[in-house]
Write a protein that binds this ligand. Structure first.
Ligand code: NAD
Length: 476
């Protein structure tokens, strides 16, 4: 079996021990991933620390050019990397553009785009104050070494979101990918690090213990974390000991509210992919659908036709539109939550029964006759299940949507955009989409409210988040 390597200081390094990564569609081991030791984590951070001053001292223009070269490498290797994403993460290869499944090729396209945009952005000096006695300029300086800790759902795209703005601003990076999706992530970094100076971009690999060792390293100057709230809280505790600044992109449980003037036929496809993109394993996907009683049956009928018409299978096969759940832990969680809902008297409109055979396959599942308070509604199930909940008044729907302690995304669906906007303004979420859901964009800040995290990524705001302001104050 092929052994993969970490990238440390421009070299490919093995570890004394390794673990298998598995294909969620077949259950087969597909490669060996190094298990970084504490010493190896320290070596990766030390390499990043040593490389950082020279990287930050390069003219901004040079760093930007190098990041465009990184984007070129991603483009040239998109086929190779998307195959690893599919074999390891499970999403179908898919493609980009209307009618295509947002699968691995889409993820690689996103990686290229989210590299070119930060590489093109300006990070101007702002004049905070000026009169005839003084001038105060705000410059943006890098933190130093950024520790990036990524999840398994969009393994490459999220790692890119963490790494590229950090590099652009003059930080160096140590990435710890999820233990479930290490091969694709280590291969991405191996390829793109070749066009960067040694030590600027490094990886370590392993489970949460390796992540914990990384964030506990006193030479880490900033932490970018994307993952669950439970892990976020542990990382925040470690960061508090070292006073390390953090960006936290945590879990959500996004509500979509359909208003009573929405046309079920027109909105069905948007609701469907808003919920089931990447088999629902997307932080900002619809996890709770609130519909008025008058539209309930028509919406359920439209969604059922779509859900039952999507071929599920191994993402390497051309006809596959939806793949497996990424790992056994997540599969168990989804299965249990649906069972609890069934036992609580909910109706399983479609799906709800895992097929026999290998792989973590679970069908797209619609659940009705369910209300707030059921665990399937109140917990982030992070899988291919959508509870559809009837509401009586918009006030009730808003109260339900805001009733949880998370607030990543939300959406409002209506042909009357002004009306939708007035409902959006009442929702507690980092982003509220209108007549779409989860449509992130590299120029638009993205982050959570409440326990879905703090800080934002993307656009000028995201770039600022990986810098610290330095004021230069000049008397006149
Ligand atoms: P997770 O928290 O289990 O793991 C995320 C990463 O943290 C992994 O690399 C893991 O190895 C590492 N880790 C685990 N324990 C650690 C510790 N003590 N110290 C340091 N690192 C540690 O999350 P997951 O299951 O991989 O991802 C799913 C979760 O991520 C969901 O809740 C989802 O909503 C969330 N998510 C949020 C966003 C966002 O932008 N807000 C995006 C994607 C996913």
């Amino acid at each position: 079996m092929q052994s993969f390597t970490n990238t440390v200081n421009g070299r490919q390094v093995h570890s004394a021990s390794s673990f298998e990564s598995r294909n969620p569609a077949t259950g087969e081991a597909i490669g060996l991933v190094p298990r970084s030791t504490r010493q190896e984590v320290a070596a990766a951070v030390a390499a990043a620390k040593a490389a950082q001053p020279a990287w930050a001292a390069l003219p901004d223009e040079t760093r930007r050019e190098l990041l465009h070269k990184v984007a070129d490498v991603i483009k040239e290797n998109a086929d190779y990397l998307s195959q690893w994403v599919t074999r390891e993460q499970g999403k179908p290869l898919g493609g980009v553009g209307p009618g295509n499944v947002p699968g691995s090729r889409f993820e690689l396209w996103g990686c290229e785009t989210w590299t070119r945009v930060p590489a093109s952005l300006e990070l101007p000096v702002e004049v905070a104050f000026e009169d005839n006695s003084r001038r105060d300029e705000v410059h943006r300086r890098p933190f130093g070494v950024v520790a990036a800790i990524a999840p398994w759902n969009w393994p490459l795209l999220i790692a890119i979101w963490q790494m590229i703005p950090s590099l652009r601003a003059g930080n160096t990076v140590v990435l710890k990918p999820s233990e479930y999706t290490s091969i694709c992530s280590l291969e991405l970094v191996r390829l793109i690090a070749q066009v960067l100076p040694a030590g600027v971009l490094n990886t370590v690999s392993g489970d949460g213990e390796v992540g914990a060792a990384l964030v506990d390293n006193p030479a880490v100057d900033k932490i970018m974390f994307t993952g669950s709230g439970a892990t976020g809280a542990k990382i925040a505790a470690t960061a508090a000991r070292h006073l390390t600044p953090t960006t936290m992109e945590l879990g959500g449980n996004d509500a979509a509210i359909v208003l009573d003037d929405a046309d079920p036929k027109q909105i069905a496809i948007g609701l469907f992919w808003g919920a089931f993109i990447n088999m629902g394993q997307t932080c900002a996907a619809i996890k709770r659908l609130y519909v008025p009683e008058s539209r309930h049956d028509a919406i359920v009928a439209e969604l059922k036709v779509l859900a039952e018409g999507m071929p599920m299978g191994d993402g390497m096969q051309a006809e596959t539109v939806v793949g497996p759940i990424q790992n056994a832990m997540q599969f168990r969680k989804v299965t249990e939550l649906v069972e609890q809902a069934r036992q609580g008297g909910a109706t399983i409109v479609c799906g709800g029964e895992a097929p026999q055979g290998p792989g973590n396959f679970y069908p797209l599942t619609l659940v009705t006759d369910i209300a707030d308070g059921a665990s399937l509604v109140d917990q982030e199930q992070f899988g291919p299940v959508l509870p559809i909940i009837k509401y009586r008044s918009v006030d009730d729907a808003v109260r339900s949507a805001n009733g949880l302690d998370v607030g990543l995304g939300a959406s409002v669906w209506s042909p009357d955009v002004q009306k939708a906007k007035s409902v959006a303004a009442r929702l507690q979420a980092g982003t509220v989409w209108i007549n779409q859901h989860g449509m992130v964009h590299p120029m638009v800040p993205f982050g959570g409210s409440k326990k879905s995290g703090w800080g934002v990524e993307f656009g000028a705001e995201g770039l600022k988040a990986v810098t610290q302001p330095q004021v230069i104050s000049i008397p006149k």
